[in-house]
Design a binder for this molecule. Structure first.
Ligand code: 5GP
Length: 321
């Protein structure tokens, strides 16, 4: 009596361990998962407990997971907050330095449960997906981005940033930067034209949404390195961002030889930075790239970009409809 295979897939946006969940009817039957895991939901017959398998898991038996409705309900039996709800992104977290356009209403919490996803493969006539690099302290993602693009400038490009600093004689408008006045820059910032911006030596710098569009219009894959807050603006069906989290390999302890070159404090800061991004944005990351050294990280990123053009990847179903 084989039933039709379920076509419902969900990306888990929270961390679930059935052993910590007093509400489950059977802890042994529970399916543990981590944020970002893809779950095939084989049954939603029960309103409280769904049956699901983890995609890529060799275990063929389905396990119990809390349904979306159940997970969004307050539940005093859970540890810590006493709520089932995952209030991971508070209003404060959602307001990036760029003051992005679609931050949620003031005071409105976002419940992180599941996001329905589907396999998506870019067709040759479609615009290339946006590649978003986020990195924790020490990852040097701009350098990584520049190297990969320099190797293959016909296929990959950066979004040309805006700046208020004067143009240098060897620079060309629209190549290194769009050179603009302070007034024009501020107006664009006010109107949410930038995915991110910042100040450096009293000049303003920022990357606009239009700059990404103009790369994609040339049928090139656009690579951006941004603060992770920008993901809230960029995660749309238009850009279909593929998010790579670049994380430097951090030595375990000072006994290691390499640790001698960096003070322990610095390593601790690097660990904290990586942990913070994982906690706040881990569920939005498609791929973690552990950076050993510049050359191997470059090779790995190149491999990821090539697969992105050839293979199918999970994206929110809302991007396709
Ligand atoms: P330069 O003026 O030498 O071309 O750039 C100086 C610095 O400006 C860079 O090292 C970088 O820190 C910053 N910068 C350049 N482009 C951008 C950008 O798009 N956004 C932000 N936030 N900073 C930028």
């Amino acid at each position: 009596d084989k039933l039709k295979e379920s076509k419902v897939y969900m990306r888990a946006l929270f961390d679930y361990n059935p052993l910590d969940d007093k509400a489950t009817p059977c802890q042994e039957a529970g399916l543990p998962f981590k944020p970002g895991d893809i779950l095939q939901v084989v049954s939603q017959d029960d309103g409280t407990w769904w049956q699901a398998k983890k995609v890529g898991d060799s275990n063929l038996r389905a396990g119990l997971i809390p349904s979306k409705q159940f997970q969004e309900r307050p539940n005093p039996s859970l540890p810590k907050t006493g709520l089932r709800r995952s209030f991971r992104l508070s209003r404060k977290d959602r307001q990036g330095s760029s003051g992005e356009a679609n931050a949620s209403e003031p005071g409105e919490p976002e419940f992180l449960t599941y996001e329905e996803v589907t396999r998506y493969q870019q067709r040759p006539n479609e615009r290339p997906r946006l590649v978003v690099l986020i990195g924790s302290l020490g990852a040097r993602i701009n350098e990584l981005k520049q190297k990969v693009i320099a190797e293959n400038p016909h296929r990959y490009a950066v979004a040309v940033p805006h700046t208020t600093r004067p143009k240098k004689s060897h620079e060309k408008e629209g190549v290194e930067y769009h050179f603009v006045t302070k007034q024009a820059f501020d107006a664009d910032a006010q109107n949410n034209k930038f995915i991110e911006y910042g100040e450096y030596k009293e000049n303003q710098y920022g990357t606009s949404i239009e700059a990404i569009r103009s790369v994609q219009a040339k049928n090139k894959m656009c690579l951006v390195d941004v603060q992770p807050e920008a993901l809230h603006t960029l995660r749309t069906g238009e850009f279909k961002p593929y998010v790579v989290f670049v994380k430097p390999r951090i030595p375990e302890s000072r006994r290691r030889r390499s640790a001698a070159t960096s003070p322990e404090e610095e390593l601790q800061e690097m660990r904290q930075s990586a942990q913070q991004i994982e906690q706040q944005y881990g569920h939005l990351v498609d791929r973690v790239l552990i950076k050993e050294d510049s050359a191997s990280a470059c090779a790995e990123l190149r491999g990821i970009l090539e697969r992105l053009e050839r293979e199918a990847f999970w994206v929110p179903i809302s991007w396709i409809r």
